[in-house]
Design a protein around this ligand. Structure first.
Ligand SMILES: CC(C)(COP(=O)(O)OP(=O)(O)OC[C@H]1O[C@@H](n2cnc3c(N)ncnc32)[C@H](O)[C@@H]1OP(=O)(O)O)[C@@H](O)C(=O)NCCC(=O)NCCS
Length: 183
């Protein structure tokens, strides 16, 4: 007999070097110091603005906790005991409710160490083993080859390109669409 998974609020995922756990109130004060940079906002939607202060951090927590474990699986990522970034998934709607879209980011000090590769691989495992989601979707901007590489290393394939549909701060680029069936 297999045991039931823990409630989402008690879910902790370990990677070789990271701890992935649900967001908690004490993260609100910590988030601006890692999240408030144009370098992250440049590669994310306008829901992740620059500057990123405590009101934006509170919104991130509300968004992460609303429907957690049912339609939303959002993890704070700790590296070396410090809050380093985020990795998670959101269920699609209507006829895409068997799919989820993933997203992730790291504070700039944590880039280039293979951390995103670890956390996305662990999220894929979790979504496969602990949820009813059958396929994952991810998008990244044409000017973000590091993110495209992270997705490819996690087994995502590029399924399409929407030409010129991303406009950020007056600059335009493509939207790359990736997919990954879950076994
Ligand atoms: C994208 C992001 C999560 C990557 O995190 P990371 O921990 O540095 O990524 P990793 O080190 O695990 O892997 C990055 C890969 O991209 C490669 N890479 C980095 N810059 C690159 C570039 N300019 N061109 C091509 N490949 C590049 C690295 O070499 C590495 O691949 P490798 O392991 O085969 O050598 C991080 O840069 C980030 O948070 N960016 C801002 C937010 C963002 O882009 N989020 C994703 C939105 S889709």
């Amino acid at each position: 007999m297999t045991s039931a998974p823990p409630p989402f609020a008690d879910t902790v995922l370990l990677t070789r070097r990271c701890v992935m756990r649900p967001w908690q109130d004490s993260d609100v004060a910590l988030l601006p110091s890692i999240a408030s940079t144009r370098k992250i906002s440049w590669n994310t939607s306008n829901k992740f603005p620059y500057p990123f202060g405590e009101p934006e951090a509170q919104r991130l927590l509300r968004f992460s906790n609303d429907g957690a474990g049912e339609d939303v699986w959002q993890f704070a990522v700790e590296f070396g005991g410090e809050l380093a970034g985020s990795c998670g998934a959101i269920r699609g709607t209507d006829v895409q409710a068997h799919t989820a879209t993933i997203g992730y980011w790291l504070g700039v000090d944590y880039w280039g160490k293979g951390i995103a590769t670890e956390m996305v691989a662990r999220l894929v495992d979790y979504m496969t083993l602990e949820t009813d989601i059958e396929q994952l979707t991810a998008t990244c901007y044409g000017w973000n080859p590091a993110s495209a590489r992270v997705l490819e290393k996690a087994g995502f394939e590029r399924e399409g390109v929407r030409r010129g549909v991303v406009k950020k701060w007056g600059e335009t680029t493509d939207l790359l669409i990736y997919g990954r069936p879950l076994a």
